[in-house]
Design a protein around this ligand. Structure first.
Ligand code: PMP
Length: 364
């Protein structure tokens, strides 16, 4: 892996750390992209230079995820949160409401928003267990007539991740992959629609990637704004209006970087090793604890608590003094969270683990 340890090791859940070489390249091209004399930010989105950037980004993403020819790749805006509305606006009219598996804060938000447009049924939930696991598929109370079935493949806040692609039973699967897209190979053909905000494994916040199967286009409710109609966006190459050109350019650099790392198979192995190292440290100690069922632990967001929460502030302060930032857990769940996205090098995890061991020796 071509990864360097930077001065600040940023464990933020997003916006998150990006590959240093990508940032360096963007910096070196900032004033003059490939001898054009202008910045990507200043280019017409319909001009040949930007069109090349746009096309290359899309093709590289298609290659990385092995997106089948019948699926469209869209570069949209509004973050993943807008998808909580855009998905039902476009799809819920196809059937009798939609089914949702509730595994945490982000799936709950998707359910709440979808309920504005039709029946949003919670067909399984891990809420009674404090969102610490993925409910077994056999317990999901699916409806055959649902327009789609929605999951959140990685719950960023509590650190719970699907380790399998659910069966679709003839109902299109929709997945919010904001916090684990591109972290390992995924069989895109099993999904009707995948969406992901960019600010974790892809690039700048605001950009959102949508991958949608062709037959799911053209079902938008009549009140759907044109800009939010997936079919319109697919027909206009995500250029119905001015797209977020600079964000797409940065995402394109990240896609090239991922290819140079060996693609998603290599990334997946690397990410699994990183997460294992941190979870091993947690499990070997009586001082740190992760509440998630072992089989459902996230490889992207590892959450843990200290045996004495009174030490939380000291932990964060001492970690920051050693250059490790953004380890504070989400405000709704407390504790700690280390996000280990693609751009986090193994050395970053090693540094954290050795700090945690030391801290335990001193205060445990
Ligand atoms: N879904 C998941 C899984 C997330 O982690 C987030 C953001 N952390 C969102 C949705 C919302 O993303 P955005 O802020 O880009 O709207």
């Amino acid at each position: 892996m071509q990864q360097t340890l930077r001065q600040v090791i940023n464990f933020s859940a997003g916006p998150a750390t990006l590959p240093e070489t990508v940032l360096q390249q963007a910096a070196s091209e900032m004033l003059d992209w490939h001898g054009t004399g202008v910045s990507v930010m200043e280019m017409s989105h319909r001009g040949p230079h930007y069109m090349r950037i746009h096309e290359e980004a899309r093709q590289n993403l298609r290659d990385l995820l092995a997106v089948p020819p019948g699926h469209h790749i869209l570069f949209l805006q509004g973050g993943a949160t807008l998808q909580f509305a855009q998905v039902p606006l476009n799809l819920i009219g196809r059937g009798d409401g939609a089914d949702f598996v509730n595994t945490g804060d982000w799936s709950a938000k998707a359910i709440k928003e979808a309920a504005r447009y039709g029946a949003a049924r919670e067909i399984a939930s891990s809420q009674p267990e404090g969102f610490t696991r993925i409910p077994a598929q056999s317990s999901w109370k699916r409806s055959e007539r649902a327009a789609y079935l929605h999951i959140c493949s990685n719950e960023t806040i509590r650190g719970v991740e699907y380790q399998f692609d659910p069966d679709d039973h003839g109902v299109p699967l929709v997945a919010d992959m904001s916090s684990n897209i591109l972290s390992r190979p995924v069989d895109v053909s099993r999904y009707g629609l995948i969406y992901a905000g960019a600010q974790k494994n892809i690039g700048p916040a605001g950009l959102v990637i949508v991958i949608i199967r062709d037959d799911l286009l053209g079902h938008a409710l009549s009140a759907t704004p044109t800009l939010l109609d997936y079919r319109e966006q697919a027909q206009h190459d995500s250029m119905l209006n001015t797209p977020p050109t600079f964000s797409i350019y940065i995402a394109g650099l990240v896609f090239k970087w991922l290819k140079a790392q060996g693609g998603l198979a290599a990334m997946g192995e690397h990410n699994a090793r990183k997460a294992q190292r941190l979870y091993d440290c947690i499990d070997a100690s009586g001082f740190y604890r992760n509440a998630v069922a072992k089989d459902d632990r996230s490889r992207m967001n590892a959450t843990f608590t200290l045996s004495d929460p009174a030490l939380d502030e000291r932990f964060l302060k001492e970690a920051a003094a050693e250059g490790m930032t953004d380890l504070k857990g989400h405000r709704t769940s407390g504790g700690m969270r280390a996000s280990l996205y693609n751009a986090m090098p193994m050395e970053g995890v090693d540094r954290l683990v050795s700090f945690m061991r030391q801290f335990e020796t001193r205060y445990g």
